[in-house]
Design a protein around this ligand. Structure first.
Ligand code: FAD
Ligand code: 2HG
Ligand code: ZN
Length: 479
């Protein structure tokens, strides 16, 4: 079998779901709405958020417990049925949807909070809890969750772990590899791996939970996690600044680390073309005049007056140095939300153009914006938009190109050029979104042969039948 949509890709030697399998799944998940087979119910699970990848799964399974996930995996492993774990289906690299007819295992009904230790701030919950709902839950205990992203209304914490999502707070709280204390996962053969401890320090053997963070559903199904939740900051302020050049953005970053120090909690940028996209496609407006670049700085601290004073002093200094030409500071939550909206909603805004070619790269800061300029020059008028924005504070650029519809000539201009450009500067071809289906064959641009070889060995030993999220992460051909 060859996919019509992916003509060069052959379906793996997996079994096909039979009526008997469906009845076995129904025995395991008895109530209504837990085994979906109706075409009208399946289409959302088969299509990714960007609407650029579509699978043809005939069945979606919605377990509620770890034991049910284990039962599903046992059946699938014995029958050699391929499985795609799916959370909120907000992934941006085609990893969360089937490529052919893989069974979709959705964590939608695994949304219970298991416990919260208010003193240590450790939250333990099932994998299908929606990130925004967790944020609201812990907020009642004066805590916050160390990860935040534009998709928080839909993405699941299990999906966040599986992609090792970065997001808007990484600068402050670090990556999930640090804030996740425990993971429970079901392996390909149905075995339950219990690493669900909530200890800050535990050097007893290999730290197995780390394997599942960022493995994009290829090594196991994450069923629960323990996460350390920091104290909710008492005061949050956001500054939105206009700048004339990208080197100025880097200067301001350096100064902000120096002058704002411990209260700096986010450092993001958008370019003029991103602002145009927000205005044209989302009907948003800029709180300041037109500039080639805009910086969003967030501070979070324990004393509002102190933080505001610090921020104002910092802004005065930036203005007097000529690094900033206009700016506004927000302390009320509605104004903060509106400013964040300009940055967070860009991914959504781009979809209104038609087709979006999406790149998420890490680059050394001196080269950071050079990629956007190089791409603009290369594409000339052929693209509708070439925009750059992202987590400058983490060295993570989001480069997006759009056109009215998918255009192979544009694609050939972008790839592999974009990946070569990044590799030549020793960057990463996927900073935070993962490799999924779309980027797996560019893994060698960022990882050595020996590293990929070891990844494949780990995959073979944990999932010898290769049933977990096939065609994802690892390259189609090993070097
Ligand atoms: P899904 O999309 O359902 O799945 C993603 C991958 O994880 C797939 O490979 C899937 O098989 C696997 N998976 C899901 N659940 C499990 C599980 N329980 N066990 C094992 N594997 C699993 N990413 C960032 O890093 N930073 C951002 O700032 C950011 N912002 C975003 C903003 C928007 C508007 C959107 C649409 C996406 C954004 N993303 C961002 C991308 C995306 O990675 C995250 O949204 C999120 O981490 C995905 O979670 P999910 O539950 O939707 O996972
Ligand atoms: C963000 O930071 C997300 O907004 C999405 O990671 C990035 O749309 C993108 O390219
Ligand atoms: Zn991002």
């Amino acid at each position: 079998l060859t996919s019509v949509r992916y003509p060069d890709l052959k379906r793996g030697g997996y079994a096909t779901v039979t009526d008997r399998d469906i009845s076995d799944f129904e025995k395991l998940l008895p109530e209504n709405g837990r085994v979906l087979t109706d075409a009208s119910e399946l289409s959302g699970y088969n299509t990714d958020w960007l609407k650029t990848c579509r699978g043809n799964s005939q069945v979606v399974l919605r377990p509620k417990t770890t034991e049910e996930v284990s039962g599903i995996m046992k059946i699938c492993n014995e029958r050699k049925l391929a499985v795609v774990p799916q959370g909120g289906n907000t992934g941006l690299v085609g990893g969360s949807v089937p490529v052919f007819d893989e069974v979709v295992l959705s964590t939608q009904l695994m949304n219970n909070i298991i416990s919260l230790d208010e003193v240590s701030g450790t939250l333990t919950c099932q994998a299908g809890c929606v990130l925004g709902a967790i944020e609201e839950y812990v907020s009642d205990y004066n805590l916050t969750i160390p990860i935040d992203l534009g998709a928080k209304g839909s993405c699941h914490i299990g999906g966040n772990l599986a992609t090792n999502a970065g997001g808007l707070r990484l600068l402050r709280y670090g990556s999930l590899h640090g804030s996740v204390l425990g993971v429970e996962a079901v392996l390909a053969n149905g075995d339950i791996l219990d690493c669900l401890t909530s200890l800050r320090k535990d050097n007893t053997g290999y730290d197995l939970k780390q394997l599942f963070i960022g493995s994009e559903g290829t090594l196991g199904v994450i069923t629960a996690a323990s996460i350390i939740c920091p104290q909710k900051p008492h005061a949050v302020s956001v500054a939105f600044l206009g700048c004339e050049s990208f080197p100025n953005i880097l200067q301001i970053f350096k100064q902000s680390k120096n002058m704002l120090g411990e209260i700096l909690s986010a450092y993001e940028f958008i370019d003029f073309q991103s602002m145009s996209c927000a205005k044209e496609n989302l009907n948003l407006s800029s709180p300041i005049g037109d500039f080639p670049f805009y910086v969003l700085i967030e501070t979070s601290g324990s004393n509002g007056q102190h933080d505001e004073e610090k921020l104002n002093q910092f802004l005065e200094e930036m203005m007097s140095l000529g690094l900033v030409h206009d700016g506004t500071v927000a302390t009320e939550s509605i104004k903060i939300k509106n400013i964040w909206g300009l940055r967070e909603r860009l991914a959504e805004g781009l979809l209104h153009d038609g087709y979006c070619y999406k790149y998420d790269v890490s680059l050394p800061l001196p080269h950071f914006y050079g990629l956007v300029e190089a791409m603009r020059e290369r594409l000339g008028d052929s693209a509708k938009r070439v925009i750059g924005y992202g987590h400058v504070g983490d060295g993570n650029l989001h480069l997006n190109v759009t056109s009215k519809e998918y255009n192979q000539e544009i694609m050939d201009q972008i790839e592999p050029f974009v990946y070569d450009w990044v590799a030549e500067r020793r960057g990463s071809v996927s900073a935070e979104h993962g490799l999924g289906f779309k980027k797996r064959d560019f893994i060698y641009h960022s990882k050595s042969k020996s590293a990929v070889h070891l990844m494949q060995m780990m995959k073979n030993s944990l999932d010898p039948n290769g049933i977990l999220n096939p065609y994802k992460v690892l390259p189609s051909t090993l070097r």
